[in-house]
Write a protein that binds this ligand. Sequence first.
Ligand code: PLP
Length: 349
Amino acid sequence: MTDRKRETLLARGQVPPVDRATIHAYEDATPGPFFYQRDAHPVGYEAERLLGHLDGGHALLFSSGAGATTALILALLEPGATVAVADGGYFGTFALMETELARWGVSVVAFDQTGEPPNAELVWLEPCANPMLTFPDLDAAVAEAHAAGAIVVVDNTVLSPVLLRPLEHGADFVLHSATKILAGHHDALLGAVICARAEDRERLAEFRTLSGIVAAPDAAWLLLRGIKTLALRVERQSATALELARRLAEHSTVRQVRYPGLGDPVAARYVSAFGPLLSFDVADGEEAARVENALELIENATSLGGVGSTLEARARWEPTRVPPGLLRLSVGLEDVEDLWADLARAVGG
Ligand code: PLP
């Protein structure tokens, strides 16, 4: 069925119903586009249309960001393939490949994404890497990877298509943990892949149907609702994050602030604002735990990109990858002065 026909079938108002049906009856003994929910469903289809439009490609929803990562690797690569993953990015991506996917013949290497990617079948970049906040020279990295015959995936979870559209820089795939700023409210678990080429979407859709790594209609509906305010949230959260980063950088007990908005010349060539995520280092693990416990407004919780600010010591999850005193802060929509009052009191000094 063509997109046009699907769109006609989906003539809906601004607020689509949450259609939870796992089946839709055949018409004249012919299965329609939503004959079985594992294959496709109306709310997911609408969310995919919107995501495809935002990122300028062909989108597919998955049950989580990790599910989307699994699908990309298993559907696109063969046993024996090597994946080069940006060091300092989301630890779960590396862990998934190093443990579970390695058993199926995938090798993974970490590399410094501010330099040239190593030889690999697939290069995985993460601008504003979570939690080390490194930023690749996207055009150069894509050109080098392509020249060596590699596929390029950009995990754009932190910035969102409001700030960066990696397909316009030649990436083959964009991945989002849509759980984060796209849905935006800490109440929906979702992943998305946006493909530069329609045939790649078809391949991934086939894999998704067979593997069942499918987003639920309720989560897809929350994503549609979240995206309505995405641009406003990104703008405000980025502005507040920049202000807090500047103030933290001046603070006597803060050793280092990691935020590309504080003068990363490469990042400044690609984006005009730097997203909601920053990290800062205090003396050690003990001090980091003390700061976590001293916060009142900012929640001591994981994840990022939500309307409520969250902070945690990342050594809790990735002790061998980050300094023990590194605190990751995801800035929400609260008033900047309220957030600063909470932070300044917690870090002391
Ligand atoms: N990519 C990034 C940058 C993330 O931060 C996360 C989760 O924290 C993921 C991917 C995985 O997404 P999910 O938690 O939706 O499976």
